[in-house]
Design a protein around this ligand. Structure first.
Ligand SMILES: [Zn+2]
Length: 408
């Protein structure tokens, strides 16, 4: 081995070790982007949307609102925008509703080097008990989510983010009554499926403005979306000051079910909804939400999109860990013998296995039913040399993943 290759090997090991030490460290590009998120911008978007008085899907101002959104995306720097027009039939007896209306999804597209898509979305229509035709301010539900969409468009344009994925930022119409007809989400997801679109990730923002006093954010934990959920959770932990919780995995999906039910991976961000007294009320006003909190949540759409896009294409798992599960491998690097300690909040079926960097499972170290509390396993390494992942899988969901080096 010549000197050059010795040096290269040495540097590679140093870089690998450095990665181990900083696996939860901030990425400079993501940090820069998330720091550009402005509470003032968020506030101005929400104020404008609230000022319509109502954005009820049956009210006559819906095209005016859609056109404002389209122009706003343009002035924020996204050149490619469009309005997708569709008809939907809605019936709800308690509202005296039995009608077909024309509706407008607003789509802003940041082209990437491939047609694979990441969607950032929310809905711009609103609803309120009382007289929704005239009063449904919907500052939180869901002007807050639309504010996240607009601000994501502004920031990703400002940094000239060039992605592998095509990023679609969508303000959906007709969400509020979609249990009684097909809404904007259904129409878009159905078209995507019909076109064989590759949508790798949907980041859905619906009600992200109400701060319960603890800056609580709930991140959905839909079955089969574990990898995406944990990536988003790690962005939340690394780039925001929010108190992050995962939904129980048997909850939802909600408005994003149109995507989820077609097999697309979805993560839904939502405030501590049950604490918000203004839901679907005339009091859902800007003055009752916290724009700084909304700005923090917005960082997740931007950071999550960038993080997902930056992942090595072949790497289906990444080095992330959930707050909820303690998982420690020592020593690391591993020479011949190592111990893994992990703590479960509740009992369940686990599997711990070694994966290669492409996410291919190579060897199961332990599996079976484990009691809540601290557990550990030890193992001898006889097979592996180099960089691998070890992942813990709980009830086929919560992957906790750590990078390890085997120095056999
Ligand atoms: Zn909503």
């Amino acid at each position: 081995m010549n000197t050059f290759f010795r040096l290269l090997l040495f540097l590679t090991i140093i870089v690998s070790l450095f990665e181990l030490q900083t696996s939860k460290a901030q990425n400079n590009d993501i940090l820069t982007a998330t720091q550009l998120v402005s509470s003032d911008s968020i506030e101005s978007y929400i104020q404008h949307l609230e000022n319509y008085g109502t954005r009820y899907m049956i009210a006559p101002n819906r095209l005016e609102i859609a056109e404002w959104l389209q122009n706003k995306f343009k002035t924020l720097g996204v050149d490619s925008t469009r309005i997708d027009t569709f008809e939907t039939y809605t019936v709800k007896e308690s509202l005296g509703l039995d009608t077909t209306t024309v509706q407008y999804n607003v789509v802003a597209t940041i082209p990437g080097s491939t047609n694979k898509k990441i969607i950032i979305c929310g809905h711009y229509d609103s609803f309120s008990y009382g007289d929704p035709y005239h009063i449904a301010p919907g500052a939180d539900d869901d002007a807050s989510g639309i504010a996240a969409c607009l601000e994501s468009a502004r920031v990703l344009s400002e940094i000239n983010y060039f992605s592998e994925h095509t990023i679609e930022i969508i303000a959906f119409a007709a969400e509020e009554l979609m249990n009684y007809g097909l809404g904007g989400y259904d129409i878009h997801a159905a078209n995507a499926e019909a076109n064989n679109d590759t949508i790798d990730l949907v980041i859905h923002n619906d009600m992200i403005g109400y701060n319960d006093g603890n800056r609580t954010l709930y991140v959905s934990n839909y079955p089969n979306c574990g990898t995406e959920t944990m990536m988003i959770a790690s962005i939340c932990d690394t780039y925001t000051n929010l108190s992050r919780h995962l939904w129980p995995s048997n909850e939802g999906p909600y408005a994003d079910r149109a995507f989820y039910n077609r097999g697309y991976k979805c993560v839904y961000l939502e405030e501590n909804f049950s604490a918000n007294p203004n839901y679907h009320q005339p009091t859902d006003l800007l003055k009752n939400i916290d724009v700084d909190y909304c700005a923090e949540v917005t960082k997740i759409s931007i950071g999550g999109t960038m993080k997902y896009d930056m992942q090595d294409e072949t790497t289906s798992i990444s080095d992330i860990s959930l707050k909820d599960i303690y998982f420690n491998i020592h020593p690391n690097p591993i020479v011949t013998y190592a111990t893994i300690d992990y703590e479960l909040e509740k009992s369940g079926y686990i599997e711990i296995a070694i994966y290669d960097l492409t996410g291919k499972k190579l060897k199961v170290l332990d599996k079976g039913f484990k009691m809540a509390g601290l557990n550990n396993i030890s193992f001898y390494n006889t097979d592996f040399k180099g960089l691998y992942f070890i992942a813990l899988n709980l009830d086929n969901k919560n992957n906790v993943v750590k990078k390890v080096i085997f120095n056999k």
